[in-house]
Design a protein. Structure first.
Length: 255
């Protein structure tokens, strides 16, 4: 079991009570509730709700997820910082976790590539902005770049925690064998288990209460640009893993 699964299987109720020393009360429906520790919303003393599977949602501020999401939002931490904080609190030695170290090294390598691709966005700006209608704000938000060697627009892929895990390439040559290519499957990225934009929709779902599913990244970005929470899958069709991910992010929000 990965460090992420191990930590997310920890009881969020116990963490809030024992680590943060906050009181959270059981309710008759099997949930635990309290004033939201994230935004301290006294306007609703039961807005923060933890379910029996340790998923949580605040019905006021919209934060939702599991233990790692909670620690990231509560302390304004990156994924890595949250993992390090939790590992220290639970007494896990990350230095001995070979799988975690491998994953983080791979993500760091992808991040360096992303930064390099972004430097050359001017080479494909007309296509991204004019042909695809993507605003400058969204180009920056999604770290869209350009791969000179392949004459391709590059859209980085992030996991649900905002960790860079791979790339989508859109080749611009008219004689290219294929228009699109995804990163190869790795310990961080498996195409049939990945949904694009998952890291950006958690809080917007609360307000919109609907989710748009697109066939490609550009369509998802366009929807998000118009204010519609959207995900995209890559491949011929949806997989069971895709469906399970969609259920996980929508089941607590009444989409």
């Amino acid at each position: 079991m990965s460090i992420v699964d191990t930590l997310n299987n920890k009881s969020l109720v116990e963490y809030i009570e024992s680590v943060e020393h906050l009181q959270i009360e059981p309710f008759g429906d099997g949930t635990y509730r309290c004033i939201c520790p994230l935004h301290e919303g006294a306007e609703n003393p039961t807005s923060f709700t933890v379910f029996d599977d340790s998923n949580y949602i605040c019905f006021s501020c919209g934060s939702n997820g599991r233990l790692i999401d909670y620690v990231m939002d509560k302390n304004d931490l990156s994924f890595k910082e949250a993992i390090e904080k939790l590992a220290e609190e639970y007494g896990y030695d990350l230095k001995r976790d070979v799988k975690y170290k491998t994953q983080m090294n791979l993500s760091d390598e992808i991040n360096r590539g992303m930064i390099e691709f972004e430097k050359h966005i001017d080479k494909c700006y007309k296509y991204v902005s004019n042909s695809r209608g993507i605003s400058d704000e969204m180009i920056k938000k999604y770290h869209i770049g350009y791969w000179e060697k392949g004459n391709a627009v590059v859209i980085p892929q992030f996991n649900m925690y905002g960790l860079p895990v791979g790339f989508l390439y859109r080749f611009l040559d008219s004689d290219a064998k294929s228009k699109y290519k995804n990163s190869k499957n790795t310990e961080l990225y498996v195409k049939g288990e990945h949904l694009f934009n998952l890291n950006n929709i958690r809080k917007t779902l609360k307000d919109k209460k609907c989710l748009y599913l697109c066939e490609g990244a550009f369509d998802a970005i366009s929807c998000q640009q118009m204010g519609y929470p959207s995900l995209a899958y890559f491949g011929i069709s949806l997989t069971k893993n895709h469906v399970n991910l969609i259920k996980e992010v929508t089941q607590r929000i009444d989409c």
